[in-house]
Design a protein around this ligand. Sequence first.
Ligand SMILES: [Zn+2]
Length: 201
Amino acid sequence: MDQIKTGKFIAEVRKERGLTQRQLSDRLMISDKTVSKWECGNGMPEVALMLPLCEVLGISVNELLSGERLSDSDYRKKAEDNMMNLMEERERNKKKVYLQIAVAVAVVLPAFALLMLAGLADLQTWLRWTLIGIGGFLVIGGCTIAAAVDIHTGTFECRYCKTRFVPSAGAYIAGPHTILTRFLKCPNCGKKSCCRRRLTH
Ligand SMILES: [Zn+2]
């Protein structure tokens, strides 16, 4: 999917309809910055907004995703392409989630074993601390790798304006989180919220 093409298309159809960004965003009950962001090619409308957006603009979702008006003969082909693209993106992100779990297991288990050994076995002090050091190093390394993969797995969605974004590494690590949400500052509206993880952009 070509965000820039879709963005230009949204702007074009919106103007044809004589709507300002403000008027369009009001009808969708979202911030006008979000509309401006789409039109600049900095993000796709989230799935839940696609139908209402297309309704206001008088286009089909297929046309929205293709970024152009489609004739009947193009329609089917484009619909299939668009569906495949969406599925591929999901697939890629799922693989990343599995990779993350694999890294976590591969690193945390040996680290845990080392720390157990350091704590329980009758060892010389220097050896005990060496084991603790290696265990700690493994945990930190594993978390860093897992976070690096995680940060690029899909996007986070702002609770307020529904903007999707990839957080900076610093913001990501600092943000308290659950499995599905992370407390982040939205780059669009600037509000902080528990942003939901989304597997697509
Ligand atoms: Zn926001």
